[in-house]
Design a protein around this ligand. Sequence first.
Ligand code: FES
Length: 91
Amino acid sequence: MPRFVCRCMDVTEEEVIELIRDGVRDIQLLKRLTRVGTGPCQGKACLEILVKILARETGLTPDEVGLITLRQPVDPVRIGTLAGEVHEEEC
Ligand code: FES
């Protein structure tokens, strides 16, 4: 049974480890290639796991692996809300 790193985007630990063993050592690139952290929870449940896996597989500390750039919005927002649409529940 696969171990999921990112349940929102269905990314498994095996996929992540394969990329690391293929030479991906940059946390930002690993995020982009796997899409980890780009789902509805915006990485709240998975980015820390991704850092730990990269650290474990490379022998680095999590601090040496570095931080992942989080982009706004952190919480899911409807496109209509950004466009100024008013929802009935907000009235
Ligand atoms: S679990 Fe990865 S984005 Fe939600």
